[in-house]
Design a binder for this molecule. Structure first.
Ligand code: EPU
Length: 357
């Protein structure tokens, strides 16, 4: 099967999804932007009834539950390159190709003296996948540092540059995710990194990390002694993640398997009365975010297995593949956890990873 210059061939995808699920599909590797117009033309021809190909899925791989034989054809983006695109009085505008590994990109920016992404260290996946999920961790979300996304709209066959307000970002969501993984082909992502760098230490785990205490300074102290460098924050984030979150290369997982649910203030108050230890985070709009990991732990699922899969022993929000799991095992466990949390707390958990069938 081919789309002019792009050649699709049957490939094993087990090592290309972080849950480590066995899968084979028709895969093409995109390492040259010049073939994209031909891809768009072929897709348009398919839509017009000529030689309709199987639907296309743009592979991120780190936030995915993949079936053994998906009907989708897979496009793996392997475009590489990082450059300082622009420098204004206030910002460095850094551009990275979509196939750059995310963590290496963050590290490279720090080494170049362009801080600002250090709270997002060690997140698996690529630069191109980062806006799809609007990745976030330790008090920072990608949209807060985004300049623009250069993406091909495969439906119209046109290249677009989307500003942050055009990307429909919200918590772990964007137009790229909502429109489905076959519409937007992200080729480059640009970041606006402020020259007046300031540490982001709102997240308790990070603020209290021993690596960020300077001489004589107490964690969270207001004495001004807490002045970590971007590199120290990067190292602390890596340390926290390594301690809590399993390395997908060792134990298959897709990070947090559910979003932290956001509920109404009244429901939250009622729950807090029944469960005084409930973790609650007041949102700007008055609603309340709950810690899904806490709910799952209280429902008895922390460290518990169902067949070859289970909820992680150190972070109950992370579903892990202990070996030999298929997509159906993952979805069965997700359903059991969701049902138990619903029965105990009356709260609906929404799955983070996309299912590819
Ligand atoms: N908690 C428990 N038991 C658990 C896990 C968590 O009681 O088994 C409690 C913790 O004690 C804490 C609260 O839940 O009070 C929050 O836990 P944590 O700080 O580990 O963060 P999280 O809310 O579980 C979110 C993101 C992570 C991100 C971290 C750090 C979501 C769905 N997850 O996890 O993102 O790294 O915060 O910012 O928002 C991901 O999306 O894949 C991901 C890993």
């Amino acid at each position: 099967m081919s789309t002019q210059s792009l050649v699709f061939s049957d490939q094993d995808l087990q090592a290309r999804n972080t849950l480590g699920l066995p899968a084979r599909a028709a895969v093409a590797v995109l390492d040259d932007e010049s073939v994209i117009p031909a891809l768009c033309a072929a897709l348009a021809a398919g839509r017009n009834g000529q030689e309709a190909d199987d639907p296309l899925f743009i592979l991120g791989g780190s936030n995915l539950v993949i079936e053994a034989r998906p009907r989708h054809r897979i496009l793996r983006v392997a475009l590489r390159g990082i450059r300082l695109r622009d420098e204004t009085a206030s910002h460095w505008v850094v551009e990275a190709a979509a196939g750059e590994p995310w963590h290496g990109f963050v590290d490279h920016c720090l080494a170049q003296g362009w801080p600002g992404l250090e709270n997002l260290a060690l997140i698996p996946g690529t630069v191109g996948a980062a806006p799809v999920q609007n990745i976030g961790a330790y008090g920072l979300e990608l949209d807060q540092r985004l300049h623009s996304v250069v993406a091909w709209d495969l439906r119209s066959g046109r290249e677009r540059t989307l500003r942050p307000d055009e990307c429909g970002f919200s918590y772990r969501d964007s137009v790229f995710k909502r429109d489905g993984a076959g519409r937007w082909l992200i080729v480059r992502v640009r970041f606006a990194l402020p020259k007046a760098w300031a540490s982001r230490l709102d997240y308790p785990d990070l603020r209290d990390h021993p690596g960020l205490r300077s001489e004589g300074g107490a964690p969270g102290s207001e004495s001004g002694s807490l002045r970590p460098t971007p590199r120290q924050i990067f190292d602390a984030v890596c340390d926290i993640r390594r301690r809590k979150l399993p390395d997908p290369a060792v134990l298959g997982n897709a990070g947090s398997f559910f979003k932290n649910p956001v509920i109404g203030a009244d429901q939250a108050a009622g729950l807090k009365q029944r469960f005084p230890d409930l973790r609650t985070y007041l949102q700007a709009d008055g609603r309340v975010k709950l810690a899904a990991g806490w709910l799952i732990e209280q429902a008895g699922w922390k460290g518990r297995r169902l067949g070859p899969v289970g909820m992680h022993a150190r972070q109950a929000l992370v579903l892990v593949n202990h070996g030999g799991a298929q997509a159906a095992d993952v979805l069965a466990l997700a359903q059991a956890v969701r049902a138990d949390v619903q029965a105990r707390f009356g709260v609906e958990l929404e799955q983070e990873p996309v299912v590819l069938d």
